[in-house]
Unconditional design. Sequence first.
Length: 343
Amino acid sequence: MPEAVLFKLPALFATVLLGWAAARWGWLADGAAGRAKADGHTGADPARVLSAAAQYLFIPALLFRAMARLDFAHMPWRVLAAYYGPLLLMVLAVYAVQRWRLRREAGMAVSTGTAAVPATRAVTAGFGNSVQVGVPVAAALFGDPGLAIHIAIVSLHALVLLTLCTVLAEVEIARARQRRSAGGGSIGATVRATLRATLIHPVVLPVLAGLAWNLSGLPLPAALDEWLRLLASAVAPLCLLLIGLSLGRQSLHGTLRGVASVGLLKMALLPVLVLLSGHFIFHLEPLALSVAVMAAALPPGSNALIFAQRYRTLETETAAATLLCTLAFALTAPLWALVVARF
């Protein structure tokens, strides 16, 4: 395990532990409950408030800034194809299997509350912690040349996965609403509702806005760029706190099977697929192949929890997968480092 990662992981776990302690001892709830009681209202769930802040304020700033600053002319497209090809195939396969299982168990009675389950499991199995863990891993193992390749992979990570899984989730929710409506609803109405929910969305809308700004050729004004950077810097600690809050309020009973499945898919199967794709199909150079494989082997990222909380499904399982797989990464990272060293 690179020394840079050994210094990074305790900070991640300490932030999660802080969120867990806040949930267990009511540090955030007590003040909110007291004010709500004085006003005669039911207090808002602090975790929901923080999650909404991440979804509607901080993550959109991160996505817009990343998209607006992306340099399409100098992207390592072969590396991205070798990485994102297997990743998208696996994510879609997980989604298809989970959707089939949900249909088999619930039949046509899939509710809007469970319709997002397949997309949530898919994004958890595919979304890696490419910044808090991935950046120090790439810098420590491969130096500046490898870090530059890793940053190129990171630049599209949230844009691709969150957008894809958002579309999948919104389509399933629209179908569930159509089936449960009195008249079944028209196909045209379902399509319009799906498009509206997908486009006016805190993930998709800032991506499209950032793309439009990028294509306009206008640079981001320095003041705007600094403001967006400041908002985006809140995403990592806030997401880690939310993992702790989710774990502190819920029992892990019944989640470990799902966590194990996510861990095997994300940290074992995906790096193998990327290794095969990069070596045999795209014939990547050794450094590029090694960086792509290590990026694929990263544990699930905390943005998957924000996705789960938006759709209010599998929140505890997603939080547990993020934390436990990050712990397991301390063991799997040296193994994958040995594998890529052979290249």
